[in-house]
Design a protein around this ligand. Structure first.
Ligand SMILES: [Zn+2]
Length: 244
């Protein structure tokens, strides 16, 4: 059934036009929507480190009230991605220092090789399929394709999170997820992770997991983290923000 004044582009997209009768009350879905929006903006540096976050602008943009946005911001604050200043409001957290990055890798080295060994023991058909999908996504990212880096970073995120989840240890899964958010922001700024090198290291991890070889998977993760840290450190040592 169609009416003369329907918005054709909305109909074409198969989405019902949104009723414009006041703003809906805050609920879990709206908090999630606000959280996803803000996290993406932080990850992709649309909100730069140290930049103030204008709650009213975000509310207008998402067409929701400020309440779910404040709630999302307090979640992001707990994850140390933003912080609240009296009389100023929320700001995106500052860029990580070289020491903080080193500490981050130290922690990852303590938990991720262990998680990979456990994951190899817990492989399921579904997990194998997901690993193959991640491998495919990584192989399809060209070194210099537009948006290639962020797509690669996304696949990298998926892989490390999947391993942490498959470890069966909820605390490890939560920790890796949180750490990755920080690293991701850092990498977006410096673009250090050479996709080709890292893709080969990822493939070694994926192959060992699919073969259910815990010792090899664990070793492959350790090697990958070492090399990833070296790549990052080289850029930081040069104090340059312009590495392709
Ligand atoms: Zn990785």
């Amino acid at each position: 059934m169609r009416h003369g004044n329907d918005d054709l582009s909305t109909l074409a997209a198969g989405v019902a036009p949104r009723p414009r009768v006041g703003r809906p009350a805050a609920g879990p879905t709206m908090v999630q929507q606000a959280y996803d929006h803000l996290l993406t903006a932080l990850m992709t540096l649309q909100i730069a480190p140290g930049e103030r976050i204008a709650i009213d602008q975000v509310a207008r943009r998402l067409n929701i009230s400020q309440t779910p946005i404040r709630e999302a911001l307090s979640q992001l604050e707990a994850e140390k991605l933003v912080h609240k200043l009296p009389n100023v409001g929320y700001r995106a957290s500052a860029q990580m220092t070289r020491e903080e990055v080193r500490d981050l890798y130290t922690l990852r080295q303590l938990i991720e090789p262990y998680a990979a060994a456990r994951a190899a023991e817990a492989m399921t058909e579904a997990a194998v399929e997901e690993l193959e999908a991640i491998d495919k996504a990584m192989s399809n990212v060209g070194e210099d394709a537009a948006g290639g880096y962020s797509r690669f970073a996304e696949a990298d995120d998926r892989l490390h999170r999947l391993i942490a989840t498959l470890s069966g240890n909820r605390l490890i899964a939560d920790t890796v997820e949180r750490l990755h958010a920080h690293l991701h922001i850092f990498r977006a700024l410096y673009s250090t992770n050479a996709p080709t090198e890292a893709a080969a290291e990822h493939r070694a991890i994926i192959d060992a997991l699919i073969a259910r070889d815990g010792a090899t998977a664990s070793k492959a993760v350790r090697t990958h983290l070492e090399r990833s840290q070296q790549r990052m450190d080289r850029v930081l040592a040069g104090d340059s923000a312009t590495t392709a």
